[in-house]
Design a protein around this ligand. Structure first.
Ligand code: ADP
Ligand code: GLC
Length: 490
């Protein structure tokens, strides 16, 4: 029995807008899946509360069990809405889906702010009402990002004095760029929250807007974000997205806990999406076979000796793609291939399509969302590029390391905390890094990686094995969350 099993049990309700495998658009979905499972192995009782979006695959919908329904007052004019609860229990974690066709029937989790603001006002309140309805009062309610940020605000106002009002709250910032900002009358209409929460220390922003994340940060008992470096960065104007002063004010309750990955899903030894499975003992040989399979699948020249660079990412400004665009032609030297997988801003989708045309056989741009292809790239590429402008944590570099693929990253947020730069004198480190947001520095990092790969394969291969051996699991970080929960409810 581990130390943790001897500590008191804690019950936690996770509230968030996405969770793998039901619905995922990025790393939040991975965390909402993996962290509850890791916590359940550390003597926590976890319920995950999610919207029941129409896009959740039928294979999960059909296994959900009806837990009940009620009507809930929501709006200022007294409009009330149906709240259904559908439950799915899986591997020690209970998933409760909040059902309402009007809000969640449109398919995708996020559409546009006009629809998303009412949707997540409803969701935050319905999640708390559902806990009371199910008579399940957790020790801690752990909310994620702006979509669940009104939970602490509702809890300390309308739900004070109800059973769930006894719970403590943690609000985790996965990405400060998204805050849920809209004019005050609209948010007041959709929440019926009292006037005093729309003051400048809580929801109010500027003269006429309400900021849902800002309100949540004020009302939460603790704030966390997904790496120590990002916790510091967001208190500065450059990374603070206009909330740096608010975060500095609340810095006493803010801390960074770095993400991990689920080593069951991301395991090259058992991953049935790979051409050949491998572990640390046979990675060098079998990674070559995965590279071949990837080249064949994507129509690239089949050559074991080229250096394959992968990029698996949402194609948005956050991810440093303007740097990649600026230097990609200079990366193409006849010995290098680039494989892109992602969707997002049209400008980047088109530029990567253009590069595929310009360098046919050497560049492949997969403008799509495809889990299977992501696995093949993590296994088949030699290096993975993550040159982000900002990166709260980043999971792709962790997955890459687990698959023996060397990350090339910018030193920001969680990238800085998880990738130790290669040191050619001591021959240690996990990847290649650069500091300032500058295309020439990215190119330099790529060239340093290539130099090692082509001129000192022995050291490169050692790094591959070192990366596979690195602990990128959730165990240590889940223990930190658990300690935080214990601190909140002694
Ligand atoms: P973010 O949450 O900012 O998008 P992360 O690095 O935390 O970035 O997480 C991204 C997650 O989404 C990873 O699991 C990655 O494999 C996955 N992912 C991103 N784009 C795609 C895609 N086009 N197809 C499949 N998986 C993707
Ligand atoms: C956000 C961040 C990413 C982080 C993920 C999970 O989407 O952009 O850096 O890894 O959340 O916490």
């Amino acid at each position: 029995m581990s130390d943790y099993d001897l500590r008191p049990r804690r019950s936690v309700a996770f509230i968030g807008s996405e969770c793998y495998p039901f619905v995922k658009t990025g790393g939040l979905g991975d965390v909402m899946y993996a962290l509850p499972r890791a916590l359940s192995r550390q003597n926590c009782d976890v319920k995950v509360i999610l919207p029941r979006y129409k896009c959740i695959p039928w294979q999960y919908q059909e296994k959900m069990i009806y837990r009940g329904e009620f009507r809930m007052d929501l709006c200022k004019d007294g409009r009330s809405f149906y709240v259904g609860i559908m439950e799915y229990v899986w591997d020690g974690v209970v998933y409760d889906f909040i059902d309402n066709e009007e809000f969640f029937g449109s398919g995708n989790p996020y559409t546009n702010l006009v629809d998303d603001i009412p949707k997540f006002c409803f969701f935050a309140k319905a999640a708390l009402a559902a806990l009371n309805y199910m008579n399940w009062v957790p020790d801690v309610i752990h909310c994620h990002d702006w979509q669940a940020a009104l939970v602490p605000v509702f809890l300390r106002t309308m739900f004070a004095g109800t059973p769930v009002g006894d719970a403590k709250t943690v609000l985790t910032i996965h990405n400060l760029r998204f805050q849920g900002v809209y004019n005050i009358p609209t948010i007041q209409y959709w929440t019926n929250l009292p006037d005093y929460v729309f003051n400048k220390d809580a929801l109010k922003q500027g003269y006429e807007d309400a900021n849902m994340l800002k309100g949540g940060l004020d009302y939460a008992d603790r704030i966390t974000t997904v790496s120590g470096t990002y916790a510091g960065e967001i208190q500065t104007p450059f990374y603070g997205e206009n909330l740096d002063a608010h975060l500095r004010y609340h810095s006493g309750k803010l801390r960074g806990i770095v993400n991990g990955i689920d080593c069951g899903i991301w395991n090259p030894w058992t991953d049935n999406k790979l051409a050949v499975q491998y572990d640390i003992t046979n990675v060098l040989d079998r990674k070559r076979q995965n590279k071949r399979a990837l080249q064949e699948q994507l129509g690239l020249w089949q050559d074991d000796h080229v250096f394959v660079i992968g990029l698996v990412s949402r194609l948005t400004d956050q991810k440093g793609l303007d740097l990649v665009n600026a230097v990609l032609p200079r990366m193409m030297d006849g010995h290098t291939q680039v494989v892109v997988l992602g969707t997002g801003d049209e400008q980047y989708e088109n530029s990567f399509r253009h590069y595929e045309d310009a360098y046919r056989g050497s560049v492949c741009s997969n403008i799509m969302y495809d889990e299977g292809r992501a696995h093949s790239i993590y296994a088949g590429a030699d290096a993975l590029l993550v040159p982000s402008l900002f990166e709260p944590c980043g999971l792709t570099q962790l997955i890459a390391m687990r698959y023996g693929t060397i990350p090339i990253v910018r030193e920001t947020g969680g990238l800085k905390d998880t990738v130790q730069p290669y040191n050619r004198y001591t021959n240690d480190g996990n990847g290649f890094t650069f500091d300032h947001y500058d295309a020439e520095l990215l190119l330099d990092a790529v060239n340093r990686a290539k130099t090692l790969y082509f001129t000192n394969r022995w050291c490169w291969d050692e790094m591959v094995q070192r990366d596979m051996d690195k602990d990128v699991s959730w165990e240590q970080s889940a223990a930190q969350y658990r300690d935080l929960y214990l601190e909140l409810k002694p």
